[in-house]
Design a protein. Structure first.
Length: 250
């Protein structure tokens, strides 16, 4: 990308492209002319977002990937390079959550959160960065969480994995600034997604619990996926800082 804001020749890979945040980012990028690859284990959900972008200026393709498997992640990036020749933007938006105090969390739940929320970011960046270096640069946006910076009651594993995303993003920003690769972590508070709404399923009155939680937030509500997408696209367009290892909060 040589002209800030011009994404017409950019190929963007969105991991977690079947999720509410990843899908919203993909649709927004496609509307700006980006060629978007929505990568997810749930290709049906990713395909629904792809259909939302059918009348956009960019093209959207769906690729299957198991982000808990490093070989599957490697293969995803290889397929994209074979098809399009380059990757100008990588957005890591995949996430799973599991609530519970540390004494209540089984090992398999911890392992899954680490694999999907953190290791997949490492694997995708490791596979993509050499291609970005060869093509003269690019941008990586890793979707973290405000929980990484402030904690989240009853979610130590989720907060820890998102904290790892912030630290990894900082390190990559430092390591690859001279390669022309901009790396950011975007850390929203609660966002209105399926994962967020599931948090209240176990309450006696889920709607009341949700209203109480949202009233406690600084703006009196949670963010929309469109708001997270807007900040992410702003960074991908090259309108943000050329170098910023510090985490960004929506």
């Amino acid at each position: 990308m040589t002209v800030p804001g011009d994404l017409r020749e950019t190929v963007a890979v969105i991991t977690g492209g079947g999720g509410d945040i990843g899908g919203a980012i993909g649709v927004e990028l496609a509307q700006r002319g980006t060629t978007v690859v929505l990568a997810d284990i749930d290709t049906d959900r990713a395909s629904k977002f792809a259909r939302h972008a059918d009348d956009s200026d960019g093209g959207v393709v769906v690729e299957a990937v198991d982000l808990s498997d490093p070989e599957s992640t490697w293969d995803l990036i290889r397929r994209v390079i074979d098809r399009f020749g380059s990757i100008g933007a990588l957005v890591n938006a995949a996430a799973v959550t599991r609530r519970g105090l540390i004494s209540e969390l089984p090992d398999d739940a911890w392992d899954k959160l680490v694999a999907v929320n953190l290791s997949s970011v490492f694997w995708a960046c490791r596979a993509t960065i050499p291609h970005m270096i060869r093509s003269g640069g690019g941008v990586i946006v890793n979707i973290g969480s405000l929980a990484a910076l402030r904690g989240l009651p009853g979610s130590p594993a989720y907060a820890a994995t998102k904290g790892g995303v912030v630290a990894l993003s900082r390190a990559l920003a430092v390591d690859h600034a001279r390669d022309g690769i901009r790396v950011f972590s975007v850390n929203p508070p609660a966002v209105d997604t399926r994962l967020y709404r599931a948090m209240f399923a176990g309450h006696e009155d889920p709607a009341a619990a949700r209203r109480s939680y949202e009233a406690s937030q600084a703006p009196g509500r949670v963010l929309t996926t469109a708001e997270v997408a807007a900040l992410t696209v702003f960074l991908v367009e090259g309108r943000g800082p050329p170098y910023s290892p510090e985490p960004l909060v929506c």
